[in-house]
Design a protein around this ligand. Structure first.
Ligand code: FMN
Length: 205
């Protein structure tokens, strides 16, 4: 598939067939994710592909519990909003695979020469670690489209990342920053309309 075609075809897929994804395909998606740019080429990531349905269900239960425990505000729709968020944070339980993106601390070159600590440098550089993770996630989403799958970037489950990490994560130096649900789309979905380029582009000449 042409690059532009994959970019324009990609849309968030949240409903999947029950068809399993061969592990080689998951590995290939992660390989392409790992070829993304990263701060200082630190490649500070590890990816876990979770395909065990019992584990996915357990993870969804933990996320649902976390969202359920969030204090409601005065709004009449508060409970409804929580329920809706719960679905957007847990639909991965019906996906054939969920990829967890975990990140470790990178060492910034600046850290070696100034008194700013790692967290401060990360803050003033607008979180290059998270930016790197985003680049890897986007590569995985596009790889999924190219390989005939559909996927959805998910940050909502990370609300329960501490509890989730205990379920699947094996390396304590890494923090889970995003998830990607992947599978064969249940139905064809039209990509969402995006802003016209003239609205988002400005040339400073
Ligand atoms: C950082 C990030 C986090 C997201 N988290 C979630 C999520 O937790 N659950 C979900 O259903 N979609 C999530 N999405 C998908 C967005 O809702 C989706 O990209 C957006 O509505 C645009 O639709 P499109 O991807 O089909 O173009 C996330 C997207 C991004 C970029």
């Amino acid at each position: 598939m042409e690059f532009k075609q994959a970019v324009e075809k990609r849309t968030s897929i949240r409903q999947f067939t029950s068809e399993n994804i061969p592990v080689e395909d998951l590995k290939e998606m992660v390989r392409l994710g790992g070829s993304a740019p990263s701060v200082n080429n630190s490649q500070p990531w590890k990816f876990y592909a979770i395909t065990n349905q019992d584990i996915l269900q357990k993870m969804a239960d933990v996320v649902a519990k976390k969202i359920g425990s969030l204090p409601e505000n005065q709004s009449r729709v508060s409970n409804h909003i929580k329920k809706q968020t719960e679905w957007f944070a847990t639909f991965f339980k019906d996906a054939p695979s969920l990829i967890a993106v975990t990140m470790s601390n990178y060492e910034s070159v600046l850290e070696k020469g100034v008194t700013l600590d790692h967290n401060k440098i990360n803050e003033v550089r607008k979180h290059p670690d998270i930016q790197s993770a985003g680049a890897a996630v986007q590569n995985i989403l596009l790889a999924a489209v190219d390989m005939g799958y559909g996927a959805c970037w998910m940050s909502a489950p990370t609300m329960a990342s501490k509890e989730l990490d205990e379920i699947f994560k094996t390396d304590s130096n890494y923090e889970t920053v995003a998830f990607i649900a992947v599978g064969k789309p249940k139905q064809e979905k039209m990509p969402k309309a995006k802003k016209p380029v003239d609205e988002i582009f400005k040339l400073i000449n």
